[in-house]
Design a protein around this ligand. Structure first.
Ligand SMILES: *Cc1c(COP(=O)(O)O)cnc(C)c1O
Length: 482
């Protein structure tokens, strides 16, 4: 019996128009609740590949009928999907505290309250309530930075001859802070940097590129592994505007190495009347030595040693919102504020609210209120107890669980050697590779992000909020069918 071959024109005729589809009672109801545009877009998006498959001759009449029977549901699913948030919370079980891909620092609870309170209504962002005059938005945080930096730097500053101590301004991120510092202090002139510090930070922040965008000329000195203060000195000429020191945030140079001490650079800068700017990257406002991490200078260390301006991020070791700070000599900071670039790089009221609340926690000495700091301060024993408890709750013959020693990573541009001893929950699952198991955990809701090493999935509860331990237990039970 000859098989009748439908022409593609016949098959096209079977497809309803977008208008026809929308007349169905279910889709009309969906349009009423979720908006006509979302339903129209979804209908078009579902029909387009069907048309294409007919054109390509890949569908016969039966296949088209089958697709048509599922059309409404496909559209409904698509509308629901398109109206879901794309940005959503995940559980960070990697043990990397400041994980750039996972949003760096989780914010203190007080910041959210302060944002809600001030941003959902009007605020005195730029309004002086005492005088009814226009105010400056940076006063809200400068007073706290003064408490944390200026009052502590104290006498060190007066020896430098700066009249008004240490001031701080805030821009969008540390990359913007470096750009603003270079453009303000060195536009058209030369900036001396060691070849060992021409870093690239993730997300394409490259010192040479920022330098050229700022219209300053990079003057490289020394070699990759060794730079002496005399190299800086020899490079100084009448076009030199500043000396720049950059923190090697994401790599180490070991072996035959030499970098000038910060004191040597400070005295050279003073002698030649040049500002010394340091891109600290992470910028801790607390002493990392208190958690056993050495060699990571804090903002205060650098300012005390006499660096004129330091730049640092808000969402790295500081543990607050994304922002870039410039702290230093008030006369230099005033120049930066006066630069029209500052207006283009400034931050919004949400950031000021979050930063003010984070800094207030520091001023009050409430370090455990800042999640990133609390996580850094957790002891290996405490993490081990939680890992044992989570492991003990899962009774599956398919799973092999072990709690072992390991290391958490501070991340976010703290020294790459800044690691903390921890206890890891190591999991292998019969019938699943480590990558498959980690993919299943990533597909759970909320997604759980893990490390995979040597054929096992590793969970470091240091970066997991204690109330999320339960969620991990549930997800592991689900993945392994109990
Ligand atoms: C992280 C980092 C930057 C970039 O800071 P963002 O806040 O991400 O813009 C610049 N310099 C150094 C040394 C860093 O560690």
């Amino acid at each position: 019996m000859p098989v009748k071959i439908d022409s593609s024109a016949d098959l096209y005729r079977k497809l309803p128009s977008v208008d026809e589809l929308q007349r169905s009672s279910e889709l009309a109801a969906l349009a009423a609740s979720e908006g006509q545009a979302a339903v129209t877009d979804a209908a078009r998006a579902v029909l387009a590949p069907l048309r294409q498959e007919i054109t390509d001759g890949r569908l016969d009449a039966n296949a088209v009928d089958l697709a048509l029977s599922g059309l409404e549901n496909a559209i409904i699913r698509r509308v629901r999907q398109s109206l879901k948030y794309s940005l959503r919370p995940v559980i960070n079980a990697t043990g990397v505290i400041l994980h750039t891909n996972l949003g760096r620092a989780p914010l203190p609870a007080s910041t959210l309250e302060h944002i809600r309170e001030t941003a959902a209504s009007y605020s005195n962002l730029e309004f002086d309530l005492a005088t009814r005059e226009r105010g400056k938005r940076d006063v809200h945080v400068d007073r706290l930075f003064r408490k944390l930096l200026d009052e502590s730097v104290g006498a060190g500053v007066t020896t430098r001859g700066a009249e008004a101590g240490i001031s701080t301004i805030v821009v969008n991120n540390n990359a913007a802070a470096v750009l603003l510092a270079l453009n303000t202090l060195a536009e058209g002139g030369e900036v001396i940097v060691s070849r060992g510090e021409l870093v690239e930070i993730g997300g394409s922040f490259r010192i040479p590129d920022v330098m050229s965008k700022s219209n300053a000329i990079l003057r490289e000195v020394g070699t990759t592994n060794r730079t002496r203060v005399s190299d800086y000195e020899k490079a100084i000429n009448d076009k030199t505007r500043l000396l720049l020191r950059v923190h090697r945030s994401n790599f180490q140079i070991t072996g035959f190495t030499e970098q000038p001490q910060i004191e040597e650079l400070v005295s050279l800068a003073r002698k030649r009347k040049l500002p010394l700017v340091e891109d600290l990257g992470s910028g801790a406002l607390f002493d990392l030595r208190s958690i056993g991490v050495n060699g990571e200078p804090s903002v205060l260390d650098s300012l005390r040693q006499g660096v004129d301006v330091v730049t640092y991020s808000g969402d790295k070791l500081l543990g607050g919102p994304q922002a870039g700070m410039l702290s230093g000599r008030s006369d230099l900071i005033a120049l930066m504020r006066g630069n029209s670039l500052f207006r283009a790089l400034r931050v919004d009221k949400l950031t000021y609210a979050a930063l003010e609340a984070t800094l207030l926690a520091y001023v009050k000495g409430e370090h455990d209120a800042v999640p990133a700091l609390r996580m850094m301060r957790l002891s290996k024993e405490e993490i081990g107890r939680r890992a044992d408890a989570v492991g003990g709750r899962i009774k599956s013959s398919r799973l092999s669980l072990e709690v072992t020693d390991g290391e958490s990573v501070i991340g976010g541009g703290a020294a790459p050697s800044a690691v903390l001893p921890t206890r890891l929950l190591a999991i292998a699952c019969e019938g699943l590779s480590a990558n498959e198991l980690s993919a299943q955990l990533r597909a759970s809701d909320p997604p759980i992000i893990t490390r995979v090493e040597e054929g096992r999935v590793l969970l470091d509860l240091r970066t997991v909020f204690p109330e999320q331990d339960e969620v991990i237990v549930k997800a592991l039970k689900q993945v392994t069918g109990k």
